[in-house]
Design a protein around this ligand. Structure first.
Ligand SMILES: C[S@@+](CC[C@H](N)C(=O)[O-])C[C@H]1O[C@@H](n2cnc3c(N)ncnc32)[C@H](O)[C@@H]1O
Length: 336
């Protein structure tokens, strides 16, 4: 994996370090073509996040139907002091303030609650959306001039390397909010958790946001908002493929669809072709039939028992669990 570092300076108080381990375009093209050539066409959800995709996701988080972000923020605000006490205690060898490591950091809005409450010695933001990552980290660094801020552009579903930024003695608070674990298939989610567990073993905790199963009408409204922002977010994938991967998707030929699959306990998101059409991606051509659906995201919803079983199977134990009054969202603090 390519790895280089540079400093970025935007103002007097804003200095961050960028560790660039971004996926290579050739590997992305291979993965995209593999997904689109399969009998069930698919594009992995990580491709949503170019700069425009990240901006659209931020708009989604503020929609009335999208209960996830505001509910998780509410839980974090009310529990951050307890999190700070638990994150600051433990084995003597790893004493001192923890390093906060966030996977899929996005705007960093939730990290700010932890930075205020936990006072970490450094913040490491890992995200695949490079430009958005850099600007979020620069804004954060400017608001917290005494905090060391590292922007790691990497695909966290692949191997990532934090040796450049993490002192082997540092206590860690890993943070994976937003129920992003639900975008992995359950077997991949277990592998991801196990990797995080190995990274923090004996030296820290994992704070993770999980969306439990609930009434299909609530879930489907959250992913089919009335303002159509999620539809734009989904269709932006095709704009991105046209711009970055030499494709010629006609956006007017596709519609957004999100349904809750009760049996699998997951929201499934698709782009459905409105007509028979041919599309070019670089040198490749493919046929997409009328009503054929390109699968773009799963968002698995985990009950308390299902999530805790999976976490325990890969070596975690549950230190604390919090939910809101309506039980819409849950936050777990795990140790490994
Ligand atoms: C659902 S958003 C959550 C953002 C924020 N953490 C929150 O809770 O609101 C997912 C974030 O993870 C990033 N992301 C998605 N897949 C990724 C991957 N495979 N590797 C690294 N970052 C990824 C996206 O760019 C985006 O910022």
């Amino acid at each position: 994996m390519a790895s280089s570092a540079r400093s970025s300076e935007t103002g007097e108080d804003s200095i961050i370090r960028l560790i660039d381990q971004a996926p290579q375009p050739v590997d992305m093209t291979r993965e995209l073509l593999e997904g689109l050539r399969a009998s069930q066409k698919s594009i992995a959800p990580k491709y949503f996040y170019d700069e425009q995709g990240s901006r659209l996701f931020e708009r989604i988080t503020r929609l009335p139907e999208y209960y996830l972000t505001r509910t998780e923020i509410g839980i974090l605000r009310t529990t951050v002091q307890e999190i700070a006490e638990l994150a600051g205690s433990g084995a003597q060898r790893h004493s001192g303030k923890p390093v906060l490591v966030e996977c899929g950091s996005g705007s960093g809005e939730k990290a700010r609650i932890l930075i205020d409450g936990v006072s970490p010695q450094a913040y490491v933001a890992i995200d695949i959306s490079k430009d958005f990552l850099v600007s979020s980290c620069e804004a954060l660094s400017s608001d917290y001039p005494d905090l060391d801020v590292y922007a790691v552009c990497a695909d966290y579903s692949q191997n990532w390397d934090l040796s450049e930024v993490l002192d082997t003695d540092a206590r860690l608070l890993a943070f994976f909010p937003g129920s992003s674990l639900g975008n992995f298939e359950p077997d991949e989610a277990a592998i991801f958790l196990s990797q995080v567990g190995q990274a923090i073993s004996g030296r820290g905790l994992l704070l993770i946001g999980i969306d439990p199963p609930k009434d299909a009408s609530v879930l489907e409204a959250a992913y089919n908002d009335s303002a159509g922002v999620t539809a734009r977010f989904n269709l932006n994938l095709l704009t991105r493929l046209n711009r970055e991967f030499g494709a010629n998707f006609d956006l007017s030929g596709y519609r957004h669809k999100a349904v809750y699959n009760q049996i699998e306990a997951r929201i499934e998101m698709y782009l459905v072709s409105k007509r028979d059409q041919e599309v070019r991606i670089g040198g490749d051509r493919m046929f997409i039939a009328k009503d054929e659906a390109i699968h773009t995201e799963n968002s698995y919803k985990y009950s308390y028992d299902r999530f805790v079983d999976m976490a325990q199977e890969v070596g975690f134990s549950c230190t604390r669990y919090w939910t809101d009054e309506a039980g819409l969202f849950s936050v777990f603090l795990l140790s490994a």
